[in-house]
Design a protein around this ligand. Sequence first.
Ligand code: C2E
Ligand code: CA
Ligand code: CA
Ligand code: CA
Length: 278
Amino acid sequence: AKDAGSRQHRRYSPDLDNQTNEAARLGVQMRTGLDTGQFRMVYQPIVALPEGRLRYVESLVRWQHPERGFVSPAEFVPVAEQNGLIVELGEWILRTACAQFIRWRDQHGVDAPQRISVNVSARQLNEPGFAQLVADVLENTGMSADHLIVEVTETAVFGGGTAVQAVKDLKALGVHIALDDFGTGHSSLGLLQTVPVDVLKVDKSFVDNLTMAGRHAVIATALIQVSNGLGLTAVAEGVETAEQAAELYRLGYQFAQGYHFGRPAAEPDFHHRPVAAV
Ligand code: C2E
Ligand code: CA
Ligand code: CA
Ligand code: CA
């Protein structure tokens, strides 16, 4: 209900009970889903501008539930974070993504993506031995650390705990670190002083309306300057139109990701999609 905030005894509100029950149900069903293979991975191209050549892929998890149908990761990843299932799910994600990357290298050679990027949640990052797990997966799949990008969010790294050390351990392995949804948090710039980051994923909100309003372009320009100044790679997220792609290229962006270049898919399109009219 809309007036939930005005209730004196919020924790006893039926709405919150329902939310808790729903999260609990989802958790139980995720457990089953993990055991019966209901999860799968899809991959979205990250391309180099202006030629639109596929360079990296981001791996994204999908859950096809027999009755619920498609459940968005935006819905179940937070639940998995809460109940801890993200640790097991995350390990499966990492292994699956790395194994797929190796298959592409074998099948497509130089046309295959050069790196694969895997999202890692706060809970995973704070799990003792996470960097060691990554090292084990790399060794088991025969993948070089240089081919892996681990995407972390600001909140994951900022939440205290051992996350920053985990990032440093990953870095020491030779894994690349991407800061996801960059620019949306409270201390994105400050974090760059303490966390060894290689890639800045500039959030979709800065790409939206890029071609319309002046403010968006100013911020997108400032972010690319920070990225270049620190010697990092900036990736513009959520690029949906040719106009946005052209404008990003004009502003100095060298990498982009979004529906314009390719949707997440089991087998992403490895072909070029050049940026027109630059
Ligand atoms: P994210 O890491 O920021 O991922 C980008 C999201 O934007 C993806 O949604 C992707 O499908 C979507 N997207 C890409 N291009 C466009 C575009 O041009 N327009 C629009 N409107 N959307 C675009 P998705 O796959 O639903 O994932 C949502 C979030 O769930 C992710 O945000 C990430 O936070 C989380 N997530 C997804 N897969 C994983 C995973 O394997 N592990 C973890 N820990 N979290 C994941
Ligand atoms: Ca991401
Ligand atoms: Ca993102
Ligand atoms: Ca996001």
